[in-house]
Design a binder for this molecule. Structure first.
Ligand SMILES: Cc1cc2nc3c(=O)[nH]c(=O)nc-3n(C[C@H](O)[C@H](O)[C@H](O)COP(=O)(O)OP(=O)(O)OC[C@H]3O[C@@H](n4cnc5c(N)ncnc54)[C@H](O)[C@@H]3O)c2cc1C
Length: 587
């Protein structure tokens, strides 16, 4: 059968906030843009974002982008690049107004301005009193943003390939990325999409852990495609565990609950965060609160019959406030924890939530690789934005409300840069036969029936291994064992067999492709974590309990070939203001 082909100026893989904001710029500039998504666009994971998006609008309390920048640098445990952080915090303000004008139904204050709530790690005046910087549409902010961006894309006639799975990137004869091989999920028919520029906007990979706030689709496909294309992944050891997942299930209870006045208690009914973060208490940075919860449970002060979680109390906020500001949380708590937070506390425990690392980019979304002697070069035709990318604004720990901001700011800028790139490179590129064969071989390689391991079995073993060996606290011994086990599991991939059923619905086939991607990304996390001998942000090692700026104030780069590591310096110089030098991080 001849492989069907389509041509576009730009291909965007992923229809979350990052992909859709990039597509909007491209289609608005009259470029032919294709957006491929393995789920219907408005089911992308951005839809699940609850608490809000940060911008120093100063609608509730005094604020400035410079304070926002300080909090983000400190929150990153000084690993974030300060030029990118300055840029993002300045851009936050026009970005939120742009969204408002595009139709996002933000919650309102009495005076009609956008409502803003307090979130963890936010301060006024460079570390002073709590700030209120998170712009919210009740507790369904991501839903409001994603639907608005989708509607705007329909208006400008973006072309959508809904429920198409991107299998791999393809290159032209000169090695320039020129599109991707995709698979129509329903029919199982492959499709080659050729383009002048390709943007990866495939979101995060929380699914590599057993207990996670992330949806089933968050399997790190884009990051794995980049790895296979020879691109390293940056700062992969930094994976955020959100403190308040529903215990034993993982679904998220937004930090906005604590921003509205909720707090954590242990078995003795004590507000234990006062002991770990005397000033910020329950609104300390996420890594700090997650470690505190695990420490309380390990010390025997956990709640419930097994003593394996703590409680999030918000009944004192009253039904009116909970219904107005946190309606989705009330619903999730009833469904998944069987409690109504108006009357009872919610059982919570840290849940795998957010990837700080990813595909290294500059702030225009261009994928950038080390080119020897400290120099960097961009990978021609390849862009990345959103959670799969690492523009280095979150460093070792992301602040709540900064991810929606990241995807919107850098998605938009990547779109604008692609417009220029396509105008400068207007000729059509065609995929090279060898590159196409390599992509096609992914489909045939995993497509086996008969005796062997079912995809879901191997997947379950892999996710448990990640949870046991790359969780909140990591020691050399735990990680070495984890790495060995992961290598064994990776070696078993060829034993995977698909059931006959999958011939019709392709489900197991897609899951097999996703599993291979997850394993690549899981190994990137495990290897990067094993090498970093310090504790910084979300990477916490009881055997190296201190941050070590002398040896480790640097970004890690993981290469798939030979599980190789490399490092590059942190950019500590901002664009227009003074640097924030590393200091002890207390809340
Ligand atoms: C429960 C929850 C609540 C959150 N709340 C907040 C919050 O309040 N504030 C905040 O700032 N951040 C929050 N975050 C984080 C934030 O929502 C995400 O980081 C962000 O939305 C990611 O957006 P994205 O555009 O990068 O990717 P996503 O929205 O995840 O979209 C990824 C897209 O890629 C597509 N895709 C992936 N692989 C393939 C493939 N192989 N082929 C084709 N398509 C593919 C998917 O179909 C999807 O369209 C939250 C996260 C979670 C999990």
């Amino acid at each position: 059968m001849k492989l069907p082909k389509r041509h576009f100026d730009a291909l965007i893989i992923g229809a979350g906030g990052a992909g859709l904001n990039a597509a909007l710029q491209l289609a608005s500039a009259n470029l032919r843009v294709a957006v491929v998504s393995k789920v219907f666009p408005t089911r992308s994971h951005t839809v699940a974002a609850q608490g809000g998006v940060n911008a120093a609008l100063a609608n509730v309390l005094p604020d400035s982008w410079h304070w926002h920048m300080f909090d983000t640098v400190k929150g990153s445990d000084y690993l974030g690049d300060q030029d990118a952080i300055e840029f993002m915090c300045r851009e936050a303000i026009p970005t939120v107004y742009e969204l408002e004008h595009a139709g996002v139904p933000f919650s309102r204050l009495e005076d009609g301005k956008i409502y803003q709530r307090a979130f963890g790690g936010q301060s006024q005046d460079f570390g002073g009193e709590q700030a209120a910087r998170t712009c919210a549409a009740a507790d369904r902010t991501g839903h409001a943003i994603l639907h608005t961006l989708y509607q705007q894309n329909i208006r400008v006639r973006t072309h959508f390939f809904d429920e198409f799975f991107a299998v791999d990137l393809v290159r032209d004869r000169e090695g320039v990325i020129c599109g991707a091989l995709a698979l129509e999920i329903e029919s199982g028919v492959p499709l080659l999409i050729e383009s002048k520029a390709t943007l990866l906007a495939t979101g995060g990979w929380g699914q590599v852990f057993r207990t996670t706030s992330n949806a089933h689709i968050n399997t790190g496909d884009g990051a794995a495609m980049a790895l296979r294309a020879g691109v390293p992944l940056m700062d992969m050891e930094f994976f955020q565990f959100h403190p308040t997942g529903i215990a034993g299930k993982g679904m998220l209870i937004t930090e906005g609950v604590r921003g509205e006045g909720g707090y954590l208690v242990n078995r003795e009914g004590k507000r234990f965060m006062e002991g770990y973060a005397p000033h910020a208490k329950d609104l300390a940075s996420r890594d700090v609160v997650s470690r505190a919860i695990v420490t309380e449970v390990k010390a025997g002060r956990g709640c419930g019959e097994q003593g394996d979680h703590v409680m999030l109390k918000l009944d004192h906020l009253g039904e009116a406030l909970i219904s107005k500001r946190l309606p989705g949380i009330r619903e999730s708590s009833r469904i998944f924890a069987g409690v109504d937070p108006v009357d009872e506390p919610i059982p919570v425990f840290p849940t795998a939530h957010y990837a700080m690392g990813g595909i290294p980019t500059d702030r225009f979304g261009r994928v950038a690789m080390p080119a020897g002697k400290g120099a960097e070069e961009v990978v021609p035709g390849l862009y990345a934005a959103g959670e799969c990318a690492c523009a280095s604004v979150h460093g070792a720990n992301r602040l709540g409300g900064n991810s929606l901001l990241d995807i919107l700011v850098f998605g938009r800028l990547a779109g604008k840069d692609i417009v220029d790139f396509v105008r400068e490179n207007p000729y059509r590129r065609g995929a090279d036969a060898a590159s196409l064969d390599a992509a096609m071989s992914r489909l045939t390689r995993l497509d086996r029936q008969g005796e062997g391991i079912q995809v879901h079995q191997l997947r379950a073993e892999f996710r448990k291994c990640m949870e046991d060996h790359a969780g909140v606290f990591r020691t050399q011994e735990i990680m070495v064992e984890g790495y060995q086990r992961l290598c064994e599991l990776r070696d078993r991939l060829p034993e995977v067999r698909l059931s006959d059923h999958s011939k019709v619905f392709n489900t197991a086939r897609i899951e097999a492709l996703e599993l291979e991607n997850m394993m690549d990304v899981g190994l990137a996390i495990a290897v990067s974590a094993l090498h970093r001998q310090e504790s910084r942000g979300a990477h916490s090692r009881p055997d190296y309990p201190k941050r070590d700026d002398q040896n480790w104030l640097k970004h890690s780069l993981y290469y798939r070939e030979g599980d190789r590591m490399d490092y590059k310096p942190v950019r500590t110089k901002p664009l227009t203001v003074e640097s924030f030098p590393p200091k002890e991080r207390v809340y």
